[in-house]
Design a protein around this ligand. Structure first.
Ligand code: CU
Length: 357
């Protein structure tokens, strides 16, 4: 992975809000019932590695990239790009590029909500020239989510290119708000062809972010409808791949400054009749001066230098700021001596203190 990709990932970790597709509600080989909100593009990357035998110990990477855009009304469209898929069996199944485009409609429920969710995913597999589809159901109660999927395929990847039906099921158990474990199993069943695809994973929500991460073992080399239905067994032996997935929701409205320049400065709070005795910049997801000291009757001005919204929210009874947009500032006068600790509501890890003497 190159440096600038990691940089982009770090920016996104801090730039996006909390609603998003979550691996704490989906097994690694399950399509799930998630649909991004309108104006959100979901980008997930999955890498699975196979380590060859001695003496070479070559490493094969089998990635699948997911890109899907929410259109509203619980509808999304997108694609899976498996750049080293070996889904299928026999000659013709080996490929370096399995692309599948899909539409998803979720008429019932919502990922992460208690109860039933149901999603329909019609798709087209460009490599197999196959019309594929999935009916996915989730049932969530407390720490548990059970998943099931029925999949149909008009031309299976591989020699015979025949119609296929696959079934899959999985379970996710959330041990805490941040940590889950999951397992799933899926196979072509009509007719049974090739190995069943299986996976197990530890799923992690990165605190204070919309991002989830999983560490996984599986025998499937792609996450398309066909790829998630067959295990990788090139010599008849089951092979285990180890890997990870990372989920990134991109909120398109956050890119607006690229096209519209910097937002106009706005001033919030009560500027009248207060001497500004301290300035605090909000930059790089931090309060520039973590502690400032002023006298009673004086004011502090906070200025947002980040491309994301912040707030000044006091931990005590003191009235704090509304959301401060990029380029916005907030002035607050302190009338009583005391120690005022505060944080940013969108980013609770941002903390500061005002000491009033
Ligand atoms: Cu903030």
């Amino acid at each position: 992975m190159t440096k600038h990709v990691w940089f982009a990932v770090l920016i996104l970790v801090f730039a996006a809000p909390l609603d998003a597709q979550s691996l704490l509600y989906r097994g690694p080989n399950m399509g799930g019932t998630w649909v991004p909100d309108a104006g959100v593009v979901q980008f997930n990357f999955l890498h699975r590695f196979y380590v060859g035998p001695a003496p070479s110990h070559f490493v094969d990477n089998h990635p699948t990239f997911t890109l899907a855009a929410g259109l509203g009304h619980a509808i999304a469209f997108g694609g899976w790009f498996a750049t080293k898929s070996v889904a299928g069996t026999g000659a013709g199944a080996q490929s370096s590029n399995e692309t599948q485009v899909f539409v998803r409609w979720r008429p019932v429920g919502m990922e992460g909500k208690e109860g039933f969710s149901l999603a329909l995913t019609p798709a087209y597999n460009l490599l197999a020239k196959s019309i594929d589809g999935e009916l996915g159901v989730d049932w969530t109660r407390g720490m548990l989510t059970l998943q099931g999927a029925a999949r149909g395929v008009s031309r299976e990847l591989g020699v015979r290119g025949e119609r296929q039906v696959a079934l899959a099921g999985g379970v996710v158990a959330r041990l805490t708000q941040y940590i889950g474990v999951s397992a799933d199993l899926g196979s072509f069943v009509a007719p049974v062809n090739g190995r069943a695809a299986w996976s197990v994973a530890i799923d992690l929500l990165i605190p204070g972010s919309p991002h989830t991460f999983s560490l996984q073992a599986s025998n499937a080399t792609s996450a398309t409808i066909q790829g998630a239905s067959i295990g990788y067994a090139p010599t008849g032996l089951t092979r285990v791949l180890y890997g990870f997935e990372f989920t990134i929701p991109l909120h398109l409205s956050r890119f607006a400054p690229w096209f519209h320049g910097s937002p106009k400065p706005v001033v919030l709070g009560s500027p009248a009749g207060a001497a500004i005795a301290a300035e605090v910049a909000m930059a790089s997801m931090k309060f520039g001066s973590e502690t400032v000291t002023i006298a009673a009757g004086q004011a502090v001005r906070w200025t947002n230098r980040d491309p994301v919204e912040h707030s000044v929210t006091f931990d005590g009874a003191e009235q704090g700021s509304p959301i401060i947009p990029p380029n916005g500032s907030y002035i607050h006068r302190f009338d009583k001596p005391g120690t005022y600790t505060y944080h940013c509501t969108p980013h609770p890890f941002m903390k500061g203190v005002v000491i009033v003497k």
